[in-house]
Write a protein that binds this ligand. Structure first.
Ligand SMILES: [Zn+2]
Length: 125
């Protein structure tokens, strides 16, 4: 049995595993745990959501992909919530591809070389 996220449908197998999604147990630290519970409760729109010991949150809910021990850090508690975890992965991949394309274009401009641009395009799969 793989782990699952209590705030979305991510599980520690399949496409989520392939994309490096990690799972974090709720913190032992009371302040931090309460901040997590509050964030998930707000996201689910229910005040009665109660924490079970097996509950985990996945890395998709944290800006940096992991949580921080620093209460002033935005990743002290989860801040990113969504309906469809697979959609998030898909969009993340598109973002990465766009960033790669931008980087290649920049190299082309810097070099001012058509040859280099064409090589880059051929490799842009
Ligand atoms: Zn999740």
């Amino acid at each position: 049995m793989g782990k699952g996220c209590c705030a979305c449908k991510a599980v520690s197998t399949g496409v989520f595993k392939a994309n490096g999604v990690r799972f974090y147990r709720f913190p032992v630290d009371v302040k931090k745990r309460e901040a997590w519970v509050r964030a998930v409760s707000d996201a689910k729109g229910t005040k009665l959501w109660s924490l079970k010991s097996h509950h985990s949150l996945c890395s998709l809910h944290f800006i940096s992909g992991e949580h921080s021990a620093d209460p002033r850090h935005p990743d002290f508690a989860p801040t990113i919530f969504f309906k469809d975890a697979k959609e998030v992965l898909r969009r993340g991949k598109e973002r990465k591809n766009r960033a790669n394309a931008r980087e290649k274009k920049k190299v082309c401009n810097d070099l001012g070389s058509f040859i280099y641009c064409n090589i880059s395009k051929d490799n842009n799969n």
